[in-house]
Each structure stands twice: as structure tokens, then as C-alpha cells.
Design a protein around this ligand. Structure first.
Ligand code: NDP
Length: 333
């Protein structure tokens, strides 16, 4: 039984991750820590978590806790993960891993030095839709991929219109929130690395303190694929989607850039479009299942710490491209 500790009394924990851990036959949420002991207590009571710790230090000192899930605001991920690694805990951390590339690299190095499992909670690569699209690309169903399009413009719901839109120091803004997911999904689906990016950001009335709430851009992969992306907090009526266009066919994922196990995949080739069958599964349950297996020595987390470094590198390059008006090379190693 993997006993999980939560660092962060967060919405994602409440809505998705506590139920996802609870759904595993071999895992349980043992406790929660917050920067406010009262909030931790209320959160524990609300979600039926046995213990609320007075501090993160107290949670990390608990020998029974083997793994921690970090879902605080983004500026806390790095220091809290480093403290968890120092305490010998396995860490599943929310994206973006850190606010700087060096910070994310330090996390990967510390996990390796501690000999623990380190994952990034990029949920979309756990979606049956994206996994199916990756499989079809890998097996040559659309020939050689040439271009991709990511439609990830959504409306940030009122209960999340907090630090994401008004706290740059907490890692707010749509690029660190959503573009990181695009980068991971594209890398995962195409099996290639992003070499350079160009982008423009906008403020469409939601972002404050200089934070962008919409972005469009283009990424070029090492192998030559070009990918266009549109991410926003400000689009109440847009559907989401993910398309890959190859020499022999095109793949269409509709309503697939989402937390929910939904959406459709179709393939269009030789003048016909066919639906592809997909066995939907809760994305977060799969993420936790893979992480627990990795703790047992079976495989890796669905997205590793190294994957989190790469998605962050792309997001930071997108921001720099928008700020400078230049094409920015993505350098990780
Ligand atoms: P929330 O704003 O719900 O929670 C973030 C932190 O805010 C909490 O850890 C908590 O701090 C603090 N907080 C919560 N409620 C209050 C309050 N009433 N007053 C003051 N502070 C409060 O963030 P999200 O759950 O939306 O996001 C958390 C992390 O998860 C982010 O890194 C985000 O990028 C990531 N995320 C990932 C998703 C995915 O699918 N992979 C989806 C959504 C978010 P404390 O813990 O100290 O109490």
C-alpha cells in the first residue's frame, strides 16, 4: 500500500487527485499539509483524509508517508520537491515543475541523487485519445507527420481566476499553465523534441499585472514537423482539439485537450474519414497507477521529471519569443 502525503490544499487535489489515489487498490491518501494549518484541517475533514499536518516539514518527517503529490502554486514546487527528496520521498509534482529551467534541472538531479521516483503530472499523455493518436502515428497510419495543430483555448472558470491571472511571482499566465501541456502532448505524440519556437501573447481582459491570458505560436521539431498552438483562458465557446497531418493521412482529436476522459479520434485518408475506437479511462487514475508501479520498480511515471524539464523549457522559450519577437531555440541539455 503506497501511503501518499499531499503538499497543497488545492483544487486539483480536491477535484481529481484525491479521488484518483483513492481509486487505486494499492494506495491511500494518508495526510495533507498546507501553508495554513487551519486550511489543511478543513481540507482533510472535507475529503476524509486521516491527518492534517501543521507544516510541510511535519508531513515530510512522517516515516509512513512514502510518496508526496505537490500541487501548490508554481513557485513552491521546486523548494518543496527538494525538501521531499531530501526526506527520501517519491514525488509526483504538478506542472510547471519550477519557474526556471535551472530549478527544474536541480529537481531532477536531486531525485536521482536520492534514488527516488520523480514524475510530472502531465495528465494529457494519460488520455486514451492521445495514446491512440500516438500509436497510430508510431505505426505509420498517417505516413510521415508533417504538421500538427493544438486548440487549447478554454475559459478559466471563476473559481480558478486567482493566482493564474494576477500573480506573476506565483508562475501565473497561460503559457506556464497551458502551453506546458501542449509541449508535453506534442512531444509524446510525435516522439520528437521541439527545437525552436515563435509566439505572440495577448491580454484579452483577464490577465493582470502584465500576465498574458492568450497565446498563439508555432513550434518546429528537430525532425522538421511544424506545430501551431492556441492557448487561452478567455475563450468560452471554443472546442479543444489536436490534429496531426501526415503524408498519407490526417488524425483529428476533438474535445481532447481536457481533464475529462472524453473526446473522439478520427482518421482521414484516401478521401474518407473514419472514427477510431478509444477506450476512455480517467487520466489522473492512470497517472497515479503508473507512478505507484514505478515505485515498485515497474516502469516509469507516465511523464518523468525529465519530461517536465522539457515542457518547461518550451514554455519559457515561448514566453521569450513573445517578449522579444524572435524565434527562440529550445535548449535543455
Ligand atoms: P489552487 O489555487 O486551488 O491551489 C493552489 C494553492 O493555493 C493551494 O495549495 C493552497 O495553498 C492555496 N489556496 C487554496 N485555497 C486557498 C484560499 N482559500 N486562500 C489562500 N490560499 C489558498 O490551484 P490549482 O489546484 O488550480 O493548481 C495547483 C497546481 O496544480 C498548479 O501548479 C497548477 O499548475 C497545477 N494544475 C495541474 C493540472 C493538471 O491537470 N495537471 C490541473 C490544474 C492545476 P496551501 O497548500 O499552502 O494551503
Amino acid at each position: 500500500m503506497v501511503r501518499w502525503g499531499l503538499i497543497g490544499a488545492s483544487t486539483i487535489g480536491r477535484e481529481w487527485m484525491v479521488p484518483a489515489i483513492g481509486a487505486q487498490p494499492d494506495a491511500t491518501v494518508a495526510g495533507v499539509a498546507s501553508s495554513s494549518p487551519e486550511r489543511a484541517r478543513r481540507y482533510a475533514d472535507e475529503l476524509g483524509i486521516p491527518k492534517a499536518y501543521a507544516s510541510v516539514t511535519d508531513l515530510l518527517a512522517e516515516s509512513e508517508i512514502e510518496a508526496v503529490y505537490i500541487s501548490t502554486t508554481n513557485e513552491w514546487h521546486e523548494p518543496q520537491a527538494l525538501a521531499a527528496f531530501a526526506a527520501g520521498k517519491h514525488v509526483l509534482c504538478e506542472k510547471p515543475l519550477a519557474l526556471s529551467l535551472d530549478g527544474a534541472r536541480r529537481m531532477v538531479a536531486a531525485a536521482a541523487a536520492a534514488g527516488v521516483v520523480f514524475g510530472t503530472n502531465h495528465h494529457l499523455r494519460n488520455a486514451a485519445t492521445h495514446r491512440k493518436m500516438r500509436e497510430l502515428i508510431e505505426t505509420g497510419a498517417i505516413g510521415r507527420p508533417m504538421a500538427a495543430r493544438v486548440f487549447h483555448a478554454v475559459y478559466l472558470p471563476p473559481h480558478l481566476q486567482g493566482w493564474r491571472i494576477d500573480r506573476p511571482e506565483a508562475g501565473g499566465g497561460v503559457v506556464l499553465d497551458i502551453t506546458v501541456h501542449d509541449a508535453d502532448t506534442l512531444r509524446f505524440s510525435l516522439g520528437d523534441e521541439i527545437a525552436e519556437v515563435t509566439a505572440m501573447t495577448a491580454n484579452q481582459g483577464m490577465g493582470q499585472s502584465g500576465l498574458e491570458d492568450a497565446v498563439m505560436g508555432v513550434m518546429r521539431f528537430r525532425g522538421g514537423v511544424i506545430a501551431q498552438f492556441h492557448d487561452a483562458f478567455t475563450a468560452p465557446h471554443a472546442y479543444t482539439g489536436f490534429e496531426v497531418h501526415g503524408t498519407e493521412g490526417s488524425l483529428y482529436g476533438r474535445d481532447v485537450m481536457t481533464q475529462r476522459p472524453m473526446g473522439t479520434v478520427s482518421i482521414r485518408r484516401e478521401g474518407r474519414e473514419e472514427d477510431v475506437s478509444v477506450d476512455h479511462e480517467n487520466l489522473y487514475e492512470r497517472s497515479v497507477r503508473c507512478f505507484n508501479a514505478a515505485i515498485r520498480g515497474e516502469g516509469e511515471p507516465a511523464a518523468t521529471g525529465a519530461d517536465g524539464v522539457r515542457s518547461l523549457a518550451v514554455a519559457l522559450a515561448v514566453r521569450e519569443a513573445a517578449e522579444t519577437g524572435r524565434t527562440i531555440r529550445v535548449t535543455v541539455d
